[in-house]
Every structure is written in C-alpha cells, then in structure tokens.
Design a protein. Structure first.
Length: 110
C-alpha cells in the first residue's frame, strides 16, 4: 500500500497564477483547477472571495473545505479550489458532494 501524499498549503502568487491556466471543472458551489505533480504531495489553495460573504462566513467555508480535502484520498497534485457565492448557504455535506463530484469529473478521484 502506497503512503498517503502529504497535504501542503499552496503558497505564492506564482503557484496560483500557474493553476489559473490548469485543467478545471465547475460545480454548483465550487470551481476546481488542478495539475498533476511528480512529488508525493497534495498542494491545495483555497480561494473564498468577499462575494461569498463577511469574514465569519468566508472562514466557515474555508474550514469546511480544508476538512473535506483532509479527509479525501487524493493523488499527488496541485489543487485550486474557488468557492462560489452559493457556498455560503451550503451545508458541509453539500460542499463535500460537490467537491467529490468535481474530482470524479476531473479524473482525480472516485
């Protein structure tokens, strides 16, 4: 059994710019951009703009997304998760369902 790839936060403007041109998928609450990596890491960047809501709402959405990513088994890749304004009203289960559907569409997970 292969060890799980390490989960790392995506840092730096260049990494986010690089993922803007990467392959993607759109869901009801989230947009996902990704590119494969050769190193055993999963680098994740989460973007929740002010369109989603005030700071309390944005932080709740980010906490939920981080937990969803942490619990998922992902192959080595760089991921950019962008929350849509509708994510503010979504429950944890709805966000998780949307995220896993995007992974399935993109070919990253089952």
């Amino acid at each position: 059994m292969r060890p799980r790839p390490r989960l790392v936060s995506l840092k730096g403007d260049a990494a986010f710019r690089r993922l803007r041109r990467a392959r993607g998928a759109r869901g009801r609450y989230l947009n996902l951009r990704w590119r494969p990596l050769d190193v055993p890491e999963v680098r994740v960047g989460i973007v929740v703009s002010k369109k989603v809501g005030k700071a309390v709402v944005r932080n709740r959405v980010k906490r939920r997304l981080r937990e969803i990513v942490r619990r998922s088994h992902l192959p080595p890749a760089e991921l950019l998760i962008v929350a849509k304004p509708e994510a503010a009203e979504a429950e944890y289960a709805e966000l998780a369902r949307d995220f896993f559907e995007l992974l399935r569409k993109s070919g990253l997970g089952g």
